[in-house]
Design a protein. Structure first.
Length: 226
């Protein structure tokens, strides 16, 4: 249930621009309008090379926009996903860029706007800062498990991703764009997994989608009620 999109993963600007050039005609042939892009991985120190980072993102964004396509940035494990402050700074410095909001990523990402030891981000707070730029909502849910230093993924509304609250806020504001799912419950689909997990993954996606449809119906029914 992902939107049709291309994920740019090249590390250098020439590599990424080459990917852009390959992606554009394919997107146009498929009628795909959104392309998810990332703002490069986070560096270890305080210097995140923002000037160079923004320059690259502007180049990538402009090429897609010039082709009539909309690049959208996800709050993932990248510069724009390190805090809502970083997200807004990225949006301010990259004209035309829009957002795809992932509800669970803040649950396991440190808030790099705060001093060490950095707490995890607040999904609701992050959403309220980028909702006006958000043109797609990406649903997964999770709870952070300190004991295993990792996220425990849940069905929508059963974790700490503020899924219900975010969807209610979006829909009450007239949001009518796409909603996709990424359960991560059986396996992280873009990581290596065994063929034996394939059927379980498919079953989990179907169940996840059905449960989310029910949750969205409940959210819609709650709008207008106290």
């Amino acid at each position: 249930m992902h939107p049709r999109r291309f994920h740019l993963s090249g590390r250098t600007l020439p590599t990424r621009l080459a990917e852009v050039s390959r992606a554009i005609p394919r997107m146009q042939a498929l009628g795909t309008k959104f392309v998810r892009i990332m703002s490069y991985k986070v560096g270890d120190g305080d210097d995140q090379m923002e000037a160079e980072r923004f320059h690259r993102m502007r180049e990538i964004t402009k090429r897609f926009l010039d082709a009539g396509l909309q690049p959208v940035h996800e709050n993932c494990m990248n510069y724009g996903g390190t805090s809502w402050q970083h997200a807004l700074k990225l949006l301010e410095n990259v004209p035309g860029l829009k957002w795809v909001f992932d509800t669970a990523n803040p649950v396991f990402n440190a808030d790099r706007s705060k001093p060490a030891p950095q707490p995890k981000q607040d999904p609701w707070e992050f959403w309220t800062k980028v909702r006006d730029a958000s043109v797609h909502i990406h649903i997964k849910d999770a709870r952070w498990e300190t004991s295993k230093n990792d996220a425990d993924y849940k069905f929508s509304g059963e974790g700490d991703g503020a899924v219900w609250r975010i969807l209610r806020d979006a829909l009450s504001r007239g949001y009518d764009a796409g909603i996709s799912i990424e359960p991560h419950m059986v396996a992280v689909f873009h990581d290596a997994h065994s063929h034996e997990q394939d059927e379980a993954l498919r079953a989990n996606y179907v169940e996840y989608g059905r449960r989310l449809e029910k949750l969205i119906a409940e959210v819609r029914g709650s709008i207008g009620k106290k």
